[in-house]
Ligand binder design. Structure first.
Ligand code: ADP
Ligand code: MG
Length: 327
């Protein structure tokens, strides 16, 4: 069986940006290229003193989806969204998860959500009244579709969300650079609504066979809807389990789904801690490994870049997850 074969790999996978085919820190090739339009291999790794260059037309409308619940969509929306804001881009995050709305909680904004999209559509409030501006990063705003635990209101579907996205584009203060949509689990009406206005997708999955099956199904549905730009984030990666052959490696996941890799996020107890505090991980000081991985994923999203999971022979045994940084 293919799935069993995937578990039995005796390699471990390390992660490199796609522009790197070798370790830049040990390579004899020049570190800086004179032509700025050519992407320097080192640039993707050493990102000090520069901001990512925004690729593609704005607003970039990105849906964060998965199929399976509990894999990290909302965590990704909060952390990637705030990273984009910290890079200086204006961001509107839409919580399209009706039944289990919790993006406001992760962001610590739950007490400030007075109006939602439903009231905007009903004409009970203006759009700017439903937008909750983050106090830490004023270029980040949250928009919730409806009140927690409420059902999808009658008539509220893809068209209504598209109307709201158009309204965001034509605000007097200007269109946001990014509109990111936190999609509900499953593939029913809520999913269809969330993906309708999007023109690109981040598929979040964990390295387990149930999440992968759902991710594969969702990829097909996204493609049917005309969303061709689909990148994946592999979340809750545990190198100890990969080494023990108890978990699929990121490379295994990539081979199964055949999608470009935006990021690989390690399992990190800080994620749960930050969720409970309403203080997204990427704001943590000192930074954590998962927080840094989310920041890197956001960077690649901006530049429409991706990374590669490469097979590295087990030898030498002492090499670790990020060993290519230190040589
Ligand atoms: P979804 O939106 O897909 O349902 P969530 O983002 O709400 O998933 O995450 C589900 C749970 O998993 C949360 O309790 C969250 O804190 C936890 N979680 C997500 N990513 C990680 C990670 N990398 N390490 C540890 N816990 C994580
Ligand atoms: Mg969620």
């Amino acid at each position: 069986m293919a799935s069993l074969r995937l578990f039995s790999t005796n390699h471990q996978s390390l992660l490199l940006p796609s522009s790197l085919s070798h370790n830049p820190l040990t390579s004899s090739s020049p570190r800086f290229v004179k032509n700025p339009s050519r992407r320097s291999p080192i640039r993707s790794v050493l990102q000090f003193n520069r901001k990512p260059e925004l690729a593609g037309e704005t607003p970039r409308i990105v849906v964060i989806t998965s199929g399976k619940g509990g894999v990290g969509k909302t965590t990704t929306t909060a952390n990637v969204g705030l990273s984009l804001a910290r890079y200086g881009f204006s961001v509107v995050a839409i919580d399209a998860d009706l039944g289990l709305r919790n993006l406001d909680l992760l962001l610590g904004l739950e007490n400030r959500v007075n109006y939602t999209c439903v009231e905007v559509i009903n004409g009970d409030c203006r759009l700017d009244q439903a937008l909750v501006r983050d106090k830490r990063w004023s270029n980040f705003e949250l928009l919730c579709i409806s009140k927690p635990r409420s059902k999808l209101p009658m008539g509220f579907g893809g068209k209504a969300l598209e109307w709201l996205v158009d309204a965001l584009k034509t605000r007097p203060e200007g269109s946001p650079d990014f509109i990111i949509i936190d999609c509900p689990a499953g593939i029913d009406a809520g999913f269809i609504t969330a993906i309708t206005p999007a023109n690109e997708a981040i598929l979040v999955t964990t390295p387990d066979i149930t999440a992968l099956r759902d991710a594969d199904r969702v990829t097909g549905l996204l493609e049917c809807d005309g969303i061709r730009d689909i990148k994946m984030i592999v979340n809750r990666v545990r190198t100890d389990m990969i080494k023990g052959e108890d978990m699929m490696s990121v490379l295994d996941v990539q081979e199964m789904l055949g999608l470009s890799l935006l990021g690989a996020i390690p399992e990190d107890s800080e994620v749960i801690r930050s969720t409970n505090r309403g203080f997204p991980l990427v704001l943590n000081k000192p930074p954590t490994l998962a927080g840094l991985a989310f920041e890197q994923a956001a960077w690649r999203l901006v530049e429409q870049d991706s990374m590669k999971a490469v097979m590295v022979e087990e030898e030498p045994k002492k090499r670790g997850f990020f060993s290519f940084f230190g040589g």
